[in-house]
Design a protein around this ligand. Structure first.
Ligand code: ATP
Ligand code: LTN
Length: 334
């Protein structure tokens, strides 16, 4: 039986992914690669919707790919590739631009948020059409499922609307994809501000655990994590966000149920909890960091793996683009 297609992606916007990206997205992607014909894309063309230093962009793209593989994405099972290696993304984005209403695009809240931060004169037209490029990323691969965080729900709705509009105007072309919203329980919070999600743009770097952090850095950050004063090890995110976040991290990485950890550490102080969490984080991330560094040392091999991924992606993407062009009434090149 052929497996259904699945696609997801991340921007190469930092040198290291963080523990939130890992537990909230990557570990779930790794599981899904057995049940789906999965495409995982590093969206470098989305990254350039805001200013980038060319050297850093190139480096972050390779580093993101290496971390994907080190975390368990298997290039022999899934297609792992860089968006700019597949020209059809930009080509389909143009077509979709032409069936998107200006008002429709203007309603996208991510653009409103991001352009407000930078001032609208500093926002590029690329940032405005970002969700349309994302729709192209998705629709080229005819996926039934798109695993994303809650913040991407609106972009997925737009993608579905554009697919249905194209199909009804030009005939059946696209599979209508479903957003598969990633588990809220896998959400990881900032160690210093445990009511805010862990994010690479954290105000205080101590709040953020990077996959590439060295063990002593991880230990320090976890030891200084904000907790509370009642001393009780209990999962209660609204009353005890710091302790609950530590319990959540411990449970996600070790597989032990939160209630079992609570019972086991009952009457012990937060020091004991932090020591256990530091240990499990250090030991879980150690092989990922080591494998990432190995992959980065041999960048020719990494580039070869990405070229293989792009080859598989191109095959599927070109097939869809050809149908799109034909259905639109473009004369096919000989
Ligand atoms: P930023 O750090 O600027 O908020 P980000 O780290 O959230 O960005 P994205 O590219 O938006 O990066 O997210 C990549 C994936 O990681 C998404 O699927 C998102 O849902 C997931 N993710 C990001 N942060 C967390 C978190 N703290 N907990 C769980 N999942 C997260
Ligand atoms: N906008 C997404 C990244 C992204 C994506 C995609 C996710 C670009 N193209 C296609 C899923 C499918 C984000 O910021 N997380």
């Amino acid at each position: 039986m052929t497996k259904p297609n699945l696609l997801s992606g991340m921007q190469p916007s930092a040198a290291s992914l963080h523990l939130g990206n890992y537990l909230g997205a990557l570990t779930q992607w790794v599981q899904m690669q057995n049940d789906f014909n999965a495409f995982y894309v590093i969206v470098d063309l989305h990254a350039i919707t805001v200013p980038q230093d060319p050297k850093i962009l190139r480096d972050n793209t390779r580093r993101t790919a290496a971390q994907y593989i080190a975390a368990g994405l298997d290039p022999s099972k899934s297609s792992l590739f860089v968006q700019s290696h597949v020209p059809a993304h930009a080509q389909l984005a143009w077509v979709l631009n032409c069936i998107t209403g200006f008002g429709e695009a203007s309603r996208m809240t991510q653009f409103k948020d991001k352009s407000q931060k930078g001032g609208s004169d500093n926002s590029s037209v690329g940032l405005f059409t970002y969700p349309i490029l994302q729709a192209a990323d998705i629709l080229l691969y005819q996926p039934t499922s798109v695993p994303v965080g809650e913040d991407q729900r609106q972009h997925l709705e737009l993608t579905r609307d554009l697919a249905m509009r194209f199909n009804s105007r030009f005939g059946e072309t696209f599979v209508i994809p479903q957003a598969q919203i990633l588990k809220e329980s896998a959400k990881i919070y900032d160690l210093q501000v445990p009511t805010a999600k862990m994010s690479k743009s954290a105000q205080d770097p101590k709040g953020l655990i990077n996959l590439m952090d060295e063990p002593n850095q991880i230990l320090k950050k976890i030891k200084s994590a904000v907790t509370d004063t009642d001393g009780e090890i209990r999962f209660d995110p609204s009353a005890k966000p710091g302790v609950s976040n530590l319990l959540g991290i411990q449970s996600s990485l070790s597989g032990e149920k939160v209630s079992d950890i609570e019972a086991r550490l009952k009457n012990q102080g937060y020091g004991a909890l932090k020591a256990e969490v530091a240990d499990v984080v250090i030991e879980s991330l150690r092989p990922i960091r080591e494998r990432t560094n190995e992959l980065l040392e041999d960048s020719a091999e990494l580039d070869r793996l990405l070229a293989k991924g792009a080859e598989k992606a191109n095959e599927q993407a070109e097939k869809t683009l050809k149908t799109v062009y034909e259905n639109l009434g473009l004369v096919m090149a000989l």
